[in-house]
Ligand binder design. Structure first.
Ligand code: HAM
Length: 418
């Protein structure tokens, strides 16, 4: 678990704002599922996945019920869909913190943030394209260029099952060539053996049966249309038959975004796919679903490596230097903040020199200085500190029109910038 301090906190907020903008342009409304739900909700993610069997923070509540911190958002969103029965298509976006008891390392944390979307009630392959394009565009928007889109189809439920059994048979008949860890994985979920990055497994994994041989005509037709849609939007992708993803609910289209700027063990900056059976598993009617989640922590690590998406500047507009008794600093900062102009001051007084040093450190664009003379005259001294205005001379302005003066200067500076 980690603390998030400034300036990283501001950068995260900006990233979420940027995502909110992109998602709402595409017609998604924000939705916030609870941080804690009945354990059974998350069990639907799949009993064969590490996320459910090994990594969940679950505990017994005071009333004896089993609850868990959410390890991801999709299960909660689909549970909410079943519970509230909204009109379809239901298009939502979310941002929030998830918890998985993983072995922490750079880019893999026990507490991490995701941004994502989910859509329920649409089977059209154009939606798969829309969803993938939204994520791909977002990476571009943030300035990440070294991102690769991997796509696959896991087929319909029956195809997926047939493929899983074929893999089981294949790996079992070659069990001597499998690593100890992969033998364990094989017992729980043969698909996940394909994810093994262990050297000893490489040859067997490379020669394993291919999902393409198991796709029904319907699943293949859907997938072909998704690929054609991506082509039509000039979205580059790699067709990756080995991409199985870590959660059990996926059917048909699955995808992942990897960053070349991150270590290969934690290089997925996002992933998603269709989960057409999940609504039914939650007790709802059969409903098609698709979505993705992006890892905020990893996006920011990748942005660091690519020199993209810097933290926003956190400078203040004005700094009030009160050489009298502090009451002017109290009143003027209050007044300016109410007028939407950021304003800081030094507490506990101090010499003019000390106050000016604080003003400088704050990055303020204007210092507003109040001494006995200014009080007698009903003015304050305005001293430009930074930006274009810093070329200007200091001058006295009427006490009652500080906000208007500052606003005017900032507006003209803004116009001058363009
Ligand atoms: P996921 O692949 O488990 O999918 O997670 C999505 C993204 O969250 C990953 O690609 C990664 O960037 C980030 N992530 C996951 N675990 C960690 C961690 N321990 N530390 C840091 N980042 C992490 C899902 O969660 C699905 N709910 C996605 C989805 C939505 N599928 C359909 N709709």
């Amino acid at each position: 678990m980690r603390d998030v301090l400034a300036p990283e906190s501001a950068r995260r907020r900006l990233l979420v704002d940027r995502f909110a903008q992109v998602a709402s342009l595409a017609g998604y409304d924000e939705m916030t599922p609870p941080l804690v739900e009945d354990l059974d909700v998350f069990r639907r993610v799949g009993d064969a996945t590490d996320v459910v069997t090994k990594e969940m923070y679950d505990f017994v509540d005071r009333d004896g019920s089993r609850i868990a911190l959410r390890p991801e958002m999709t299960a909660g969103v689909v549970r909410a869909f079943v519970q509230h029965n909204p009109l379809v298509p239901w298009k939502v976006w979310y941002s929030g913190t998830n918890f998985r008891h993983e072995r922490p390392q750079k880019g893999r944390y026990r507490m991490f943030d995701q941004l994502g979307v989910e859509v329920l009630g649409v089977d059209d392959p154009d939606l798969d394209v829309e969803v993938i394009a939204l994520a791909a565009d977002f990476f571009g928007n943030v300035g990440l260029n070294d991102v690769t889109l991997l796509v696959n189809s896991l087929g319909e439920q029956g195809d997926r099952q047939a493929y899983t059994e074929a893999l089981r048979a294949y790996f079992e008949s070659n069990i001597d060539g499998l690593s100890e860890a992969s033998r364990e994985t094989l017992k729980r979920n043969p698909l996940r053996v394909l994810d093994s990055k262990r050297g000893e497994d490489r040859a067997l994994v490379a020669a394993a049966p291919n999902i393409d041989e198991f796709l029904s005509d319907a699943a293949r037709g859907h997938f072909d249309r998704v690929l054609a849609g991506l082509d039509s939007l000039d979205i580059a992708y790699e067709r990756t038959p080995r991409l199985v993803r870590g959660l059990d609910y996926y059917r048909r289209t699955t995808f992942e975004f990897t960053s070349g700027a991150l270590d290969s063990a934690q290089n997925a900056v996002g992933g998603g796919g269709r989960y057409d059976g999940l609504s039914e598993a939650m007790g709802g009617s059969p409903t098609d679903g698709i979505g993705f989640a992006l890892g905020v922590d990893r996006i920011l690590l990748a942005a660091d490596a690519e020199g993209a998406f810097p933290a926003p500047e956190s400078s203040v507009d004005t700094f009030v230097v009160d050489m009298v008794d502090g009451t002017h600093a109290l009143a003027i900062t209050h007044e300016l903040r109410r007028a939407g102009i950021s304003s800081e001051r030094r507490f506990g007084g101090g010499s003019v020199k000390a106050q000016m040093r604080s003003a400088d450190r704050s990055g303020a664009r204007f210092a507003l200085i109040v001494g006995e003379d200014e009080v007698a005259e009903g003015t304050v001294t305005l001293r430009p500190m930074r930006g274009i205005a810093s070329d200007g001379e200091q001058r006295r302005i009427p006490r009652h029109s500080i906000a208007g003066e500052i606003r005017g200067l900032m507006d003209s500076e803004h116009r001058g910038d363009q």
